[in-house]
Write a protein that binds this ligand. Structure first.
Ligand SMILES: Cc1cc2nc3c(=O)[nH]c(=O)nc-3n(C[C@H](O)[C@H](O)[C@H](O)COP(=O)(O)OP(=O)(O)OC[C@H]3O[C@@H](n4cnc5c(N)ncnc54)[C@H](O)[C@@H]3O)c2cc1C
Length: 490
């Protein structure tokens, strides 16, 4: 596309449109509000009836329960800083229980402390946990004496690398259950560089995986809580960020197409209902903060090659089954249990919600209850998700009775809810980071268009916040030229 000179366009202040009102889009909107020149207007266009995307707090039997994401890492700054920025710093809470278990050989064993996403660091702790068999443990112990092939600049699947160096049990019983909690993915399909970047970097000059894991076990003070969330639920964070951004929030409006115009961008909005059918809006700059499939569709007119590369990303579907049980049920200690894929079970994890997060019952005045939440669905295994809600709840309850046997048995729930997240968790395959870099390079000539969200730079909430803020920074860098009417498009 040739350079375009803008003449009279800034008789009005710049207008930035954020497409997608998940946490990445909202973080971008807030950064724009905080740093853009006075008069800049920001609109967030969201196809769903409300903003927040995968962050949504619901209610089951009167108890506030997360329908989607539950908490975020506190050992990286973005989640905490965003909460503080919007006045929720005093409402950050940390787990009231610690330690999780993994279901191995028919019983729950404590996950050894201090692994790097399941890669052992302290072999004595792994031995004491009983998670690995004697042969599995011997294989791990032998690793430093078996020089591996240097990783160099390349990328590999997490599962293949770890199985090769430490044996398949470490993948099956430790790494995959933990990665599954983040990606609902299979270790043999996930990129090492994208999902364990510090470990990948460590392996560039360190042939031993164990030694690389030890070197990367993190430098945070031991008393810093690893995870936190917002008292009252993550929807409070969403609402506060949306409010503080002072953006015009337009919900129920899917963006159907995105097109370059001589002086900016034109968006065509579809409808979710009858409002705004086929209307168009103009923008000087756009943050595209939607998952890969809609991002790919919207990029098709802008840069077909980049659109194709974005569209390669696959997603896993999951369902969360929340149960509110009557009374104070004596659950095993800890925050919950992970269930390896090799077990053939439907449930891949169970969280003892009211034990892990004491605050969820703050302000609840009904009869005593216990809340648990099971997570179902792994990449490529969607059959279970086709069950209707009633059957899924029944299947989960039946499995929980065998995975987590309780002395008094599992009581019938007072309330149960299924939240389905179809195509919700990106699967970063080997080469993901190179694909993202190639997309960004292809779009370098469009400085008023920025990509953000879980499709690119990390799926966790802090990573999505960071990517929204970085997208806003890219737009902010282009705004002065836009305001001066200089050419900003290649
Ligand atoms: C079940 C589940 C549990 C999770 N748990 C955790 C957790 O505990 N901790 C953690 O850190 N992370 C967790 N994650 C991951 C994390 O929540 C997400 O990766 C993150 O919230 C994604 O944010 P986002 O803004 O990139 O995307 P999204 O939240 O997907 O937001 C994108 C928005 O774009 C909108 N949209 C799509 N197409 C269009 C269009 N054409 N026009 C307009 N709008 C459009 C969507 O409706 C959506 O609201 C979880 C994810 C899931 C699915």
């Amino acid at each position: 596309m040739g350079s375009v000179l803008f003449e009279d366009r800034f008789t009005r202040p710049p207008h930035v449109v954020v497409i997608g009102g998940g946490i990445a889009g909202l973080a971008a909107a807030l950064r724009l509000r905080d740093a853009a020149p006075e008069g800049t207007t920001v609109t967030v266009v969201e196809q769903a009836g409300s903003v927040g995307g995968k962050l949504r707090t619901g209610r089951v039997a009167g108890v506030p329960i997360e329908d989607g994401a539950e908490s975020f890492l506190l050992r990286v700054p973005e989640g905490r800083a965003l909460a503080e920025r919007v006045g929720l710093g005093d409402d950050l809470v940390s787990p009231t229980a610690s330690g999780a278990t993994v279901w191995v050989d028919g019983s729950l064993r404590a996950l050894p402390a201090g692994t790097v996403l399941g890669v052992p660091v302290d072999l004595e702790a792994v031995a004491a946990s009983g998670v690995l068999s004697d042969e599995g443990l011997a294989r791990v112990r032998a690793e430093p004496g078996r020089p591996g092939t240097p990783l160099g600049e390349g990328d590999v699947a997490v599962g293949a690398l770890i199985a090769d160096r430490l044996g398949p049990e470490v993948v099956d019983r430790l790494v995959e259950p933990l990665l599954g909690g983040v990606y609902a993915g299979r270790a043999d399909r996930l990129s090492l560089r994208a999902t364990m970047p510090a470990l990948a970097a460590g392996l560039a000059d360190q042939p031993s995986l164990l030694k690389a894991a030890r070197a990367n076990r993190g430098t945070a003070a031991p008393n810093t809580p690893v995870f936190g969330t917002v008292r009252g639920g993550l929807s409070r964070l969403v609402t506060a960020v949306a409010h503080e951004s002072r953006a015009a929030i337009r919900t129920g409006l899917p963006v159907r197409s995105l097109r370059r115009t001589p002086d900016g961008w034109q968006l065509t909005l579809g409808s979710a209902g009858s409002v705004g059918v086929g209307t168009t809006i103009a923008a000087d700059a756009v943050v595209l903060a939607v998952p890969a499939a809609p991002a790919s569709r919207l990029l098709a007119d802008v840069h077909p090659v980049a659109a194709g590369t974005v569209g390669v990303l696959e997603y896993a579907s999951v369902a969360l089954v929340s149960l509110v049980l009557p009374g104070r049920v004596a659950l095993p200690p800890g925050t919950g249990a992970l269930v390896p894929a090799s077990s053939g079970r439907l449930v891949k994890a169970v969280t003892y919600v009211s034990q892990k997060w004491g605050h969820v019952l703050d302000g609840y005045t009904g009869e005593p209850v216990t809340v648990v939440r099971a997570s179902v669905g792994r990449y490529g295994e969607e059959t279970a998700l086709q069950l209707d809600d009633e059957s899924l709840i029944a299947a989960v309850r039946a499995e929980l009775a065998t995975l987590v046997p309780l002395a008094a048995g599992w009581p019938a729930p007072l309330g149960a809810q299924v939240n389905r997240w179809g195509g919700a968790l990106p699967q970063y395959a080997p080469g993901h980071l190179d694909r993202v870099a190639s997309v960004r390079a292809a779009l370098a000539a469009e400085p008023t268009l920025a990509l953000a969200g879980a499709a690119y730079d990390g799926v966790g909430i802090p990573a999505c916040i960071r990517s929204g803020q970085a997208a806003a920074d890219r737009i902010l860098a282009a705004l002065p030229a836009i305001r001066r009417g200089e050419p900003v498009h290649g």
